[in-house]
Design a protein around this ligand. Structure first.
Ligand SMILES: O=C(O)CCCC[C@@H]1SC[C@@H]2NC(=O)N[C@@H]21
Length: 285
């Protein structure tokens, strides 16, 4: 019996008092849940409609990468959001959703603020634990007449996977590999949806501000040498608009709005600031 069941997701959403996640549609196999959500959104699907699949045949990540989507293993979830925001206010949403996934991951793994398994956020759209990628976010937008018609928030979260294809194995992990037991995709999906409903409302009302301290704490790039968008330097935190701050090798300050990051050193660990004590880490920004 599959642990991905729309009736159980709905029951759990009710129990959690989630504001989104209805309707919830679960396919056994689909091309991409982001495509399912986008199609439904263009047909008028309401804010909060959720699309899941047990497997995807054309799961995709950012920059046209394939997203490993075998049956029975992981969570492939896309949500239709209809925020009343100007398109230019939208880019930090991926970071906010990253925080949301990280919170649920901490809950599922029982990680505290100082645990070694505390989930980190890697700008712009990854969730990592112990230096390996556990989840990725793909946020796509449809515009109508210059305003946002719908945002499709796609989340791939590795749940049961015990192994990965050779090319992913060194940098991917799953909740199971991290010691999570009794894992249940329906319950995790409902918790994610409940949290997304909450953070999406907060983001719509207040922008990135309420999430900045947590982002700073979960930021695994801070202090790490990297290349991004033609800039080589060291990551120096995330600014209030969601840009990545980079101090170039020549000392120039940069704000990066988008791009793929190539790191040249070990990633930082979330919660390190808390472990070092209040005030620590301020100098890095
Ligand atoms: O890390 C990334 O590049 C983003 C990966 C996003 C994968 C999810 S799985 C559910 C949804 N459907 C897709 O085709 N992609 C997203």
């Amino acid at each position: 019996m599959s642990d991905l069941d729309p009736l159980r997701i709905e029951a759990e959403l009710e129990r959690l008092g989630a504001s989104i996640g209805r309707p919830v549609v679960v396919a056994s196999v689909t091309a991409s849940t982001n495509d399912d959500a986008r199609r439904a959104a263009s047909g008028g699907a309401p804010h909060g409609s959720a699309f899941l699949a047990d497997a995807q045949t054309q799961g995709r990540g950012r920059s046209g990468h394939r997203w490993h989507s075998p049956a029975g293993e992981n969570l492939y979830l896309s949500v239709v959001l209809r925020p009343k925001l100007a398109p230019q206010a939208l880019p930090p949403l991926a970071l906010v959703l990253g925080v949301c996934v990280a919170r649920v991951v901490d809950e599922v793994l029982g990680s505290s603020a100082t645990s070694s398994t505390r989930a980190g956020v890697k700008w712009p759209n990854d969730v990592l634990v112990d230096g390996k990628k556990l989840a990725g976010l793909l946020v796509e937008t449809t515009l109508r007449g210059g305003t946002i018609d719908a945002v499709i928030a796609g989340i791939g979260l590795n749940v049961h996977a015990a192994s990965f294809p050779e090319e992913l194995a060194p940098r991917a992990t799953s909740l199971h590999a991290l010691g999570g037991r009794g894992l249940d995709r329906s319950s995790i999906a409902a918790r994610l949806l409940a949290e997304i409903g909450h953070v999406a409302r907060m983001f719509e009302a207040h922008g990135l501000g309420p999430f900045l301290a947590e982002l700073e704490d979960r930021d695994v790039l801070r202090g790490v040498p990297l290349d991004v968008s033609g800039v080589s330097g060291t990551a120096a935190g995330i600014d209030p608009e969601g840009y990545l701050r980079v101090i170039g090798s020549d000392g120039t300050k940069h704000r990066i709005g988008s791009g793929s990051v190539t790191t040249h050193g070990p990633l930082g660990s979330p919660g390190a600031r808390i472990r070092r004590g209040p005030g620590a880490g301020e100098a890095a920004g």
